[in-house]
Design a binder for this molecule. Structure first.
Ligand code: SF4
Length: 260
């Protein structure tokens, strides 16, 4: 297993602020992410780019993309965030599902003129074979790629991952933004397009920022509609002996279920 960095790394993840030495986790994530999970996640991202290639072709043809596809893409992006999910079985299942979705869209869209490796790739059966393929989804696989293009693609991808966290929480409450849903497809497809210039990718990066604001608005709408507007309350701040549960993060639905 390797990430094809030519440095013998077993994995490469620099997704979050905990990243080793401020550069990247290469043996084991500071968060506990294993090389196996990191490589399966690289392949999952590769797959949703392929799904988006067909999604974009269908959208341009005036066909609607089923919301279940968008929800899948969003869930995959969310799954790759720091310690959201380290379950190997779930990742393999998601990969198999990604292939089914891609094949469905391929049937609907037909073969495309400019189809990318992401679109035409067919996932193998077993986890071992999937892991063998994973290096092609690594950040440095295409060594000839312009560093600015590589950097902009990563910035957009990481923006999408952030958007997906809010989007996922809003969707669980029954809220979503069509603008953001369309953008997942447009942006992921753009990451596979070798014809896009630095300027075009900068514009896409700015658009990613706008979509982050849009999804935060949507999540706020969802939270306040379902749970009401936050108001000041007096709370008990006295320290007590445990046991206790510490809750962090901003998923109010998770918090509600935990309290229940
Ligand atoms: S998500 Fe985990 S593996 Fe990735 S950079 Fe953060 S700590 Fe490292």
């Amino acid at each position: 297993m390797s990430n094809n960095m030519d440095l013998g790394y077993e994995m490469f993840c620099y997704r979050c602020e905990q990243t080793a030495n401020g550069k990247g986790c290469t043996k084991l994530g500071v968060c506990g992410k294993t090389p196996e999970i990191a490589n399966l996640q690289d392949l999952l991202i590769f797959q949703i780019k392929g799904i988006s290639c067909y999604g974009k072709a269908l959208a341009e043809d005036g066909q609607d993309i089923d919301k279940s596809v968008i929800s899948f893409i969003e869930n995959v992006l969310f799954t790759t965030l720091t310690n959201v999910n380290f379950d190997v079985k779930v990742h393999v299942e998601l990969l198999r599902e990604s292939q089914k979705i891609k094949e469905n869209l391929r049937d609907m869209a037909g073969e495309m003129k400019n189809h990318t490796a992401h679109a035409s790739y067919n996932l193998p059966e077993t986890k071992t074979e999937m892991l063998k393929d994973a290096p092609m989804a690594g950040i440095m696989y295409d060594k000839s790629l312009d560093p600015d293009i590589r950097s902009l693609r990563q910035t957009i991808l990481y923006g999408l991952k952030g958007i997906s966290a809010y989007g996922h929480q809003a969707r669980v409450l029954g809220y979503y933004s069509n603008q953001v849903d369309d953008f997942y497809i447009q942006a992921l497809e753009a990451l596979t397009d070798d014809n896009l210039t630095v300027e075009e990718l900068i514009r896409m990066t700015m658009r990613t920022g706008e979509m982050a604001i849009e999804i935060m608005k949507k999540l706020d709408e969802a939270n306040t509609a379902v749970y009401g507007n936050p108001t000041l309350h007096k709370v008990n701040t006295h320290m007590k002996k445990g046991p206790f549960i510490i809750v962090s993060g901003h998923d109010l639905r998770d918090l509600e279920m935990l309290l229940e």
